[in-house]
Design a protein around this ligand. Structure first.
Ligand SMILES: Cc1ncc(COP(=O)(O)O)c(C=O)c1O
Length: 399
């Protein structure tokens, strides 16, 4: 029984199972391929910039919207990569990660009782965000590829959704749709045709799109990330969210931001202001250094992740998992039904405790546990030597 002293809102969701798996990994000494954070360092120049910012006394609250030079750098970054026209004074708020940006955006635009469309599986925090905003999630299934078939609007071999299922999810109660691309946990990168359909439906039903583009620079096999806000008619109905965590390997710095047209931004900024006031000021100063990194930085990031992805896929296939090849982000969803009859949670716990490799059970990414019964998610944002150690340990599954 939950205590009546706690709110209905928080009673509706559990603590994060992803973070729980990190605690289990630490407890039992497992290699942590669960939570999505690198075990390697960010570039030295970024660390130096943070140390210098503290020494230079950037130690007090910043303007709640984010330091102006950082907002200018973000605006320039969007011009450079996507030819987006973003006003640093009107269209940007810097928050404590994409996580806070998403909640601030939802608190800014969603009313209790509104419907919010989520593609399922979904990143774990979106459902608690619905509960906190007292909105109603409407799920649209992302389905694994069917061998040799082209499904929906996706290319063969890709996770796909049924366009009619998406059309049917929109109605007059729909307030927002969350579009996470590249997608966690599947690694799907939504293509232009899929995004165009989403854009058309948002405009037909007067719906706001809230995007989570935190993996925008981690793509493979020629997949191209397209910000939904760049499609015709979407600039004034999209809240674009991204951040520094994944692109610059600084997940612990808690730096992200939202970009939107003025009215949506004003609402998002107010929610952010009263949740956290501002993101850590010296780290905001260092983030300016991140955004001035040249094209070679992004090329190297992609190449290194590609090598890790290919290694991790091989590591999983050789012991009997059936992984789906991701085209973006740094996770692999893998079916384990040939290895065990256990459910996803039991299997993941045994893998951590007996084999010494921690992954995440599928269930935190689905609204009903039966949808995730024999899938787990592996994060491969790790040093090659860490992955090699995991490969060695996973060999024990064969015996
Ligand atoms: C889809 C997605 N969004 C947001 C986050 C968290 O981002 P941040 O560290 O900027 O809060 C993650 C982290 O795993 C993620 O996978």
């Amino acid at each position: 029984m939950q205590s009546p002293r706690t709110s209905y809102r928080t009673q509706r969701f559990p603590e994060s199972l992803i973070r729980e798996m990190t605690r289990v990994a630490l407890q039992v000494g497992a290699i942590n391929l669960s939570q999505g954070y690198p075990d390697f360092s960010p570039p030295q120049a970024i660390k130096d910039a943070a140390v210098k910012a503290i020494e230079d006394d950037w130690n007090q609250y910043s303007v709640t919207w984010g330091l102006r030079p950082l907002r200018e750098a973000i605006a320039e970054h969007y011009r450079r990569h996507y030819e987006m026209d973003v006003d640093p004074d009107k269209n940007i708020v810097v928050c404590c990660g994409a996580t806070e940006s998403m909640l601030a955006a939802m608190l800014g635009v969603v009313n209790p009782g509104d419907e919010v469309i989520l593609f399922e599986p979904y990143y774990e925090s979106y459902l608690p965000n619905c509960h906190i905003t007292q909105s109603i999630p409407r799920f649209v299934a992302l389905r694994p590829p069917v061998e040799g078939q082209q499904c929906g609007l996706a290319e063969p071999g890709q996770w796909w959704f049924d366009p009619d299922e998406l059309r049917n999810a929109f109605n007059e109660r729909t307030k927002a749709i969350i579009v996470n691309s590249p997608h966690n946990p599947t690694g799907k990168v939504f293509n232009e045709a899929e995004l165009r359909l989403i854009a058309e439906l948002c405009q037909r039903f007067d719906v706001i799109a809230i995007t989570d583009e935190i993996y925008e620079f981690i793509t493979y096999d020629g997949a191209r990330h397209i910000p939904l806000a760049t499609l015709p008619g979407m600039a004034d109905r999209t809240i674009t969210i991204s951040g520094m965590s994944k692109t610059f390997s600084v997940t612990g710095w808690r730096l992200g931001y939202a970009i939107a047209t003025e009215d949506l931004m004003t609402a998002t900024r107010k929610a952010h202001d009263f949740m956290s006031v501002c993101a850590a000021t010296p780290l905001q100063v260092a983030a300016i250094t991140m955004l001035t990194m040249g094209d070679e930085y992004y090329a190297q990031l992609r190449a290194e992740y590609r090598e890790r992805r290919d290694f991790a896929l091989e590591m999983l296939r050789e012991v009997g998992f059936k992984p789906v090849v991701p085209r973006g982000a740094y996770y692999i969803m893998a079916d384990f039904s040939e290895l065990s009859d256990e459910d996803d949670v039991r299997f993941a716990m045994r893998l951590a405790k007996e084999i010494g490799v921690a992954c995440v059970p599928g269930s935190p990414f689905f609204s009903r546990p039966e949808l995730a019964r024999s899938v787990v998610r592996f994060a491969f944002c790790k040093k090659m030597e860490t992955l090699a150690m995991a490969r060695e340990r996973l060999q024990r599954l064969r015996r």
